[in-house]
Design a protein around this ligand. Structure first.
Ligand code: PLP
Length: 343
């Protein structure tokens, strides 16, 4: 062992998936797998989640949706919300994806794409985040046009959705009101979307009224808790991944460990994060490109394994909180070339 490794415990993933499913029922769980399943590795995560009964995947882009389809087969539903241009739309349709649509031009492009049958679409209203989505003042025209395209057999409107900040209850409540109004307007326009979806991890757990028919949960499934929020234990979740690296040198009062900023560890964590070796915590004093330094201890020896983050070391959100970011960022920054080991 010469460099860092990410140990991904798929049994922990399976337990988290069960916890999410029970928590949000009767709403269904769409497992969000963007950014290579939050850095855990798309293929193995999808394979295990599928075996555990997950039947909805949120894949963000068409490339990763293609991998999900190849791994999980024809029966799962795959939601993508970044299909751009005629080629990608054609691929999305060929893969039988559910396509998220947040603007009027994309609606026309999808409806006009040459694939046989009707495209399965989910219409997105901008409920205040301004991260694409149709503005409420344009929504009526948008759903009226969608209803026309549905009558023409070009599209089937399967869902209406939005995305919320999950930073304050008051803002989320305002967003939900905009969302509910948008659903009613879609129905008045003659649409019958069976799937309303609005919430990600935090609101899905804490606020039943946000669950609607389907929840898009990523972070919590991987055991990544929100910064400044409830603990893993309170949520009934555990972190799926653990980053390890070996000691490469014991040099006087310094121990060098083979992981660095080129592997995706933010160098601003120097002096702030602790790692665990020989059952003890060690403050990271320096973060270089390829190694980190901690102070030496009795028994420190070359080749011994150090846990950089994840049990028994602090989790990614604990680490993130030291530099004012979120756990997802620590997880997805880990370089793709760091091997993932599945246990
Ligand atoms: C990332 C994302 C999610 C999942 O968010 P988590 O907080 O990780 O559960 C849900 N919906 C959309 C649109 C996203 O981009």
């Amino acid at each position: 062992m010469t460099g860092p490794r990410l140990i991904v415990d798929l049994d922990v993933l399976a337990r988290n998936l069960r916890t999410v499913r029970e928590r949000v029922a009767p709403a269904r769980h769409m497992l969000v797998v963007k950014d290579d399943a939050y850095g855990h590795g798309l293929g193995p995560v999808v394979r295990r989640a599928h075996a555990e009964g997950v039947s909805w995947f949120g894949a963000f882009d068409v490339d990763s949706a293609e991998t999900v389809r190849a791994v999980a087969g024809p029966d799962v539903r795959i939601f993508t919300w970044l299909a751009v241009g005629a080629d990608e739309i054609a691929r999305a349709r060929g893969l039988d994806l559910d396509i998220g649509i947040g603007d009027a031009d994309l609606l026309e492009e999808v409806a006009a794409s040459p694939a046989a049958g009707a495209a399965q679409v989910h219409l997105k209203v901008d409920s205040g985040l301004h991260r694409n989505g149709v503005r409420p003042e344009r929504w009526n025209g948008f759903v009226t046009r969608a209803a026309q395209l549905q009558r023409d057999g070009r599209i089937t409107v399967e869902g209406v959705w939005s995305h919320i900040a999950e930073a304050s209850d008051a803002e989320d409540d305002d967003a939900r009101e905009i969302f509910e109004t948008a659903v009613r307007e879609a129905e008045i326009a003659g649409l019958h979307p069976r799937l309303r979806h609005l919430s990600a991890s935090a609101a899905s757990f804490a606020r039943p009224e946000f669950r609607c028919d389907l929840v898009r949960v990523g972070a919590f499934a991987y055991g990544i808790r929100p910064a400044g929020g409830p603990s893993d234990a309170d949520l009934g979740l555990a972190q799926v991944a653990r980053l390890t690296a070996p000691i490469v040198a014991v040099d006087g009062d310094r121990v060098k460990i083979a992981v660095g900023s080129s592997d995706g560890l933010p160098s601003s964590l120097a002096g702030r994060m602790t790692v665990v070796a020989d059952g003890r915590s060690h403050l990271v004093e320096r973060i270089g490109l390829h190694s980190i330094d901690v102070r030496s201890w009795d028994g420190a020896r070359r080749g011994a394994e150090v846990t950089v983050w994840g049990s028994p070391a602090p989790g990614v959100t604990d680490v993130a909180e030291k530099i004012g970011t979120i756990g997802e960022e620590i997880a997805v920054r880990l370089a793709r070339r760091v091997p993932r080991d599945y246990v």
